[in-house]
Design a protein around this ligand. Structure first.
Ligand code: DAH
Length: 351
């Protein structure tokens, strides 16, 4: 092999005699492309031969160059022809298959959507109140300041009405800051006696580990002759039993809301440090108190009745409102509110 000229000619001859059979034996497009690359690719055989050209005496180079070019175009032609044949064969095989049966049952998606914990908790709470005779009442998320604040007894300069706390629209409406606007709407249009449960989204300029600018509440209220604090307490007890588990104690702490008098914040016995015997050891979640605040409530203030055209001398009622995110976090031990808004399927699938 000392003569580069002779060695190149030998390589060309052997390649010319071999490539066609190799292309023929390739059965798939990929196999054919691989074979083609072995000849024409950057590290291919023909490319390697071309690199040897420099060693050939100048007078022989032209003839070999022509030989190489001819072989190259033959290889390219053979590749195209074989590719066509392979694709045609694949297409024919496809067409000769029995026709696709459109009546076959579909395959179920392997990963399904899942109800959001807020929806689960909302439906369950609505169900508990419905079973006690409450009907669902709906109201808009964008409402007048009158329905959201004034008719509920908020004085005009109440801090809650501040721009820092409330989203106002350009037209002067508010994104409701609580579902209590539904009390006003129901009481202004319905004649007592009635009892309603009203879930919905609310908005406040507030965002931290336990607050989101959009969140959910459920409002419940009952108006009849002779409704007393005892009725409120009975409903709260039933709710705590059924939502937080049987034997869950409640306690009412005096509080203040513009739309109730008297008002009470309601706690349930801490669901995290409860022991088998029903006592509570105290833990970080309840700050060692053994109690968790779950909602605000009270007897509807006569001022609200008057604003809504209901005679406070004849009718009385109670109202309560609770945050759904809070109930979900307590119920499922969710540590941060953002989990409820990220909608990560790995999180949602746990409920
Ligand atoms: N609207 C109150 C809030 O957003 C919750 C509330 C408290 C609703 C007492 C009521 C109630 O109906 O009686 O914090």
């Amino acid at each position: 092999m000392s003569d580069p000229h002779a060695s190149i000619l030998a390589s060309l001859d052997s390649l010319a005699g071999a490539y066609a059979a190799r292309f023929e034996s390739a059965q798939t497009e990929q196999a054919l492309r691989d074979e083609n690359a072995k000849v024409l690719g950057k590290k291919g055989e023909l490319t390697a031969i071309l690199k040897e050209m420099g060693k050939v005496p100048a007078d022989a180079r032209k003839a070999i160059g022509e030989r190489v070019n001819t072989l190259k175009s033959e290889v390219e032609g053979a590749f195209e022809a074989r590719l066509k044949a392979i694709l045609r064969k694949a297409r024919e095989a496809e067409l000769s298959l029995p026709p696709f049966d459109l009546t076959l049952p579909g395959r179920a998606p392997s990963r399904r959507g899942h109800p959001h914990p807020i929806s689960i908790v909302r439906d369950e709470i609505v169900g508990i109140f419905e079973s006690m005779g409450f009907a669902v009442f709906d109201g808009p998320e964008i409402d007048t300041a009158a329905n959201n604040f004034d008719k509920l007894g908020f004085p005009p300069d109440h801090p809650a009405t501040d721009m820092h706390d409330t989203f106002y629209t350009k037209a002067g409406h508010v994104l409701r800051t609580h579902t209590s606007n539904i009390q006003v709407r129901a009481m202004s249009t319905m004649k007592p006696p009635f009892a309603f449960i009203a879930p919905g989204a609310c908005y406040r300029v507030d965002s931290d580990i336990t607050h989101s600018p959009m969140f959910h509440q459920i409002e419940a209220f009952m108006v009849d002759e002779h409704v007393t604090l005892a009725h409120l307490k009975g409903v709260l007890r039933e709710f705590a039993e059924r939502f937080y588990g049987s034997g869950t104690p409640i306690r009412l702490r005096p509080s203040y809301f513009p739309f109730t008098e008297p008002s009470a914040e309601v706690d349930v016995g801490c669901v995290f440090c409860k022991r088998a015997d029903g006592t509570r050891a105290g833990c970080a979640v309840c700050k060692q108190s053994g109690w968790l605040e779950i909602l605000g409530s009270g007897m509807i203030d006569p001022v609200v009745f008057t604003e809504c055209g209901i005679d406070p001398e004849r009718w009385s009622g109670f109202a309560l409102g609770m945050g759904l995110e809070r109930q979900a976090m307590l119920r499922y031990g969710i540590p941060e509110i953002r989990f409820l808004f990220e909608n990560d399927p790995r999180f949602l699938a746990q409920f």
